[in-house]
Structures are given as C-alpha cells and as structure tokens.
Design a protein around this ligand. Structure first.
Ligand SMILES: *[C@@H]1O[C@H](CO)[C@@H](O)[C@H](O)[C@H]1NC(C)=O
Ligand SMILES: *[C@@H]1O[C@H](CO)[C@@H](O)[C@H](O)[C@H]1NC(C)=O
Ligand SMILES: *[C@@H]1O[C@H](CO)[C@@H](O)[C@H](O)[C@H]1NC(C)=O
Ligand SMILES: *[C@@H]1O[C@H](CO)[C@@H](O)[C@H](O)[C@H]1NC(C)=O
Ligand SMILES: *[C@@H]1O[C@H](CO)[C@@H](O)[C@H](O)[C@H]1NC(C)=O
Length: 388
C-alpha cells in the first residue's frame, strides 16, 4: 500500500504533544491519508475512462489492463511488481511508438504512424512474428505478384505482427524478391532468407516445413508467438478490426487459456472471379465472396516458438502444452483463392451458391489505403504490378 511519510516537527508545547499522541489524532491522520489515496485512484480512473490520448498512443494492447498494471506497480512492493509483470507478460508492450511531436492537426499522419512506425526496442523479443515460404512467378494464374506480397506484409504490420521471416523459394534469378523487400529489411520488419537451394523440386517437407524448422532453430527465441501462413492467407478477427488486433486476440486467448501452445485458425475461402485489378489493386478488395463455413480442415497455426518440437504445415508437433482450434467468430483465416475452383473462368452457379458476400474487411482496406503514403516509401508499390 501507499506509504505516507510524516515529518515530526519539534514541538514545545506539552499539551499539544499529548494531543498528537492521542488516539483521535491517529484516527484523523488515517482518515486523511485514506482520502488522499481515494482521490488519487479516482483521478487515475477518470483519466482512464476519458481514454487519455497520450496513453492510448503508447498502448494498443489491452490499454486499460496495462494502465491498471501501471497503477498497481506504483503502489506495490518489488515482489508484487515481479508477479504482476509476469502476469502481464501476455499483454506484452515492448514495442514503443515513435511519436510525431507535430500536433498541427496532422492527426491523420499520427494515426497511421501509431501502427506502421512502431519500433521494437533493442534486445527485446517480438511478441508476434510471422514466417512465410513464398515463390513469386509471373506465370502464376492467381496473379500473386510482388505487389500482393507487399500488400500482405503491410496488412500483417497493421494486424500487429512485429517481424516477418520471408523464405524466398525462387527458381529463376529474376523471381528473387530480395530487392523488392530491401526497404522492409532496412526498417527491421523483414528478415529475408534466400531459400532457392530448396526450391526445386518443390516438396512439402524439403521446401516448406524445412523453412519453418530453420526459422525456429535460427530465430525462434526472438519471438514469443509466431504464425506460419501463406501470402494469400489473411488472419482476421471479425469482432476487432482495429490496428494490432492480432496481439489483442492472442493476449485475450492466452489469458483465458494459458496452457495453450498452439492456436489454429480455420480456413474460409474467398472465391470467384476477382473484380478488375486496375480498379481494385488490393487483393483483399478484389474478392468479396467467401464460403459460408470453414472450407476444409486445413487450419493454420499460431504457436509459442519455445513449445514446438517439429514443424509442419497445419499443426506443428508440440513439446509442451496443447493445441486448440480457435472459435471462427473470434479469428479466422481469410484465404484468397479467387477463380481457382472454376479454372480461372467466369463465376458458376455452383460457386455462387457455395459462397456469400462478405466485405467486413473493408474498414481495414480503407485504413491501409489512407496510410500508404505515410507508411510506405512510395504508396504506388501496393498498387502497381511487378514481379521482382
Ligand atoms: C515468470 O514466472 C516463471 C515461473 O515462476 C519464471 O520462471 C519466470 O522467470 C518469470 N518471468 C518473469 C518475467 O518474472
Ligand atoms: C511528423 O509528421 C510530419 C508531417 O506531418 C513529417 O514531416 C515529419 O517528418 C514527422 N516526424 C517524425 C519524427 O516522424
Ligand atoms: C524469368 O525467367 C524465366 C525463365 O527465363 C521466364 O520464363 C520468366 O518469364 C521470367 N520472368 C520475368 C518476370 O521476367
Ligand atoms: C537466442 O539464442 C541465441 C543462441 O542460443 C543467443 O545468443 C541469443 O542471445 C538468444 N536470444 C534471445 C532473445 O534470447
Ligand atoms: C480482446 O478482449 C477485449 C476485452 O475483453 C475485447 O474488447 C476485444 O474485442 C478482444 N479482442 C480480440 C481480438 O479478441
């Protein structure tokens, strides 16, 4: 509890001293300190309810919880502090936001920078990273080009991923994404891994699983949680589309089920003939019909890196804890398959009946487009097709 340090002043008058030593005096002092304490707490709580901007800017993850912790910390002994810190580990906030001090109404710029210019403090671990195995090739009928790769990385940044390990399984030199990703490597958002020696002939174990395993072995201890997903798979929380939703989801989940080491996301396919990619350069803005239910059992995992024994594509083997399928209303994978099932042709009645309209991602699309010139070296890089 809060301690009040009372100064003892030399007192001449014996009668006054007697008053000081009396029970009444102590009771009054107690009441007084209690009132001060209550006033301080009320002050803090009010600030919290008003959603103090300064505070919000610094904390995306469980703002109130974090604030409550800082309150507790102020008033607790070192032992308690340790316990509380440990309990709050899941709501990790090691990343700090570079603040833009210009307050000349450039709230728009600031809003964008809140999520896209987060800096991880040196030597700290990531709360959440991603790992991707990819090959970009110009004959791809799904047209997943460098543009779509950059869009996906940009979306992950919005979602709260702090770093992505990109394993580039290019087959021809001209497919290498090294140059295209250079600016993200420089800002320490991407680690680029040349995986071309394992690219051909492609195999699940030799190309894909080996990449995930290599990532765990080499950088596993730099991330607390990690997700292994493809560049047409977008993690999405239907109830929370604000920046950093992934960290909030994981923090919520592991607070409720701390023994879970692997959370798997169900797979909703976005199907049908895409809208014009000139008018809709953003992939997730091009495909707006999805399957009613999870399309299949091909889930994708989010996992504690330290609890993985062996990597696979859908479920990793765990050394500790257990694996749980997440509620699809809390999190799912939006999987942008497009016209694959109808062999790249027009929509068929079957495809239309298998799918429903879903544009709930629109809010995020708008935010990504609004911020492109603030967050990217050149906004056009997510709008213009290129292959390397
Ligand atoms: C959290 O608690 C565990 C188990 O008691 C301990 O091993 C770990 O060091 C603690 N972490 C922190 C940050 O205090
Ligand atoms: C702050 O934003 C202004 C534009 O509003 C920009 O010119 C300036 O470089 C930014 N400063 C930092 C530190 O990001
Ligand atoms: C890359 O090279 C291959 C083989 O020479 C060729 O088929 C392909 O069209 C090239 N891709 C690009 C984007 O130039
Ligand atoms: C991860 O492990 C390596 C080698 O074992 C070690 O040098 C490094 O400091 C560790 N990093 C973290 C963040 O624990
Ligand atoms: C996390 O929990 C908070 C408070 O319980 C809730 O408002 C928020 O929607 C949750 N976020 C996710 C992504 O589950």
């Amino acid at each position: 509890m809060m301690k009040l340090h009372l100064r003892y002043r030399p007192i001449q008058e014996v009668g006054f001293l007697q008053v000081l030593c009396s029970r009444k005096y102590y009771r009054a002092m107690w009441l007084c300190s209690l009132t001060v304490l209550i006033m301080m707490i009320t002050y803090h709580l009010n600030g919290e309810e008003l959603g103090i901007r300064e505070f919000d800017r610094k904390n995306f993850v469980g703002g109130k919880f974090k604030h409550a912790i800082s309150l507790l910390l102020k008033n607790s002994s070192p032992t308690n502090t340790k316990l509380i810190l440990n309990a709050s580990l899941s709501i990790k906030q090691k990343s700090t936001v570079i603040q833009n001090s210009t307050k000349d109404g450039s709230t728009h710029t600031n809003d964008c920078q809140r999520w896209c210019h987060k800096k991880n403090t040196a030597s700290s671990t990531y709360f959440l990273s991603g790992v991707l195995l990819v090959r970009i090739y110009s004959s791809d009928l799904a047209k997943l080009s460098t543009r779509e790769l950059l869009q996906w990385l940009y979306y992950l940044k919005y979602a709260g991923f702090e770093h992505v390990y990109v394993y580039d399984a290019y087959v021809y030199e001209n497919e290498s994404q090294k140059n295209a990703l250079e600016f993200l490597v420089k800002e320490d958002f991407v680690t680029y891994v040349d995986w071309s020696h394992n690219a051909f002939p492609y195999s699940i174990t030799g190309t894909q699983e080996s990449a995930y395993q290599h990532c765990l072995k080499t950088w596993g201890n730099k991330s607390y949680w990690q997700a292994s997903i493809d560049m047409d798979e977008y993690p999405f929380c239907p109830e929370d589309t604000k920046p950093n939703f992934m960290q909030r989801f994981i923090a919520n989940f592991s607070r409720e089920q701390p023994r879970v080491s692997q959370i798997t996301m169900k797979n909703f396919l976005f199907l049908g003939k895409p809208l014009s990619d000139k008018e809709h350069p953003i992939l997730i803005d091009r495909l707006k019909r999805r399957t009613h239910r999870p399309a299949n059992d091909l889930v994708k995992p989010i996992y504690k890196t330290s609890h993985i024994k062996q990597s696979h594509v859908h479920h990793h083997d765990l050394s500790h804890g257990f694996s749980v399928d997440a509620d699809e209303n809390k999190i799912r994978l939006n999987h942008y398959w497009g016209a694959r099932l109808q062999n790249w042709g027009e929509d068929t009645p079957e495809i239309l009946s298998k799918t429903m309209e879903d544009n709930t991602v629109e809010e995020i699309v708008r935010e990504l487009q609004k911020c492109d010139h603030v967050c990217l070296p050149d906004g056009s890089i997510i709008h213009t097709v290129r292959w390397n």
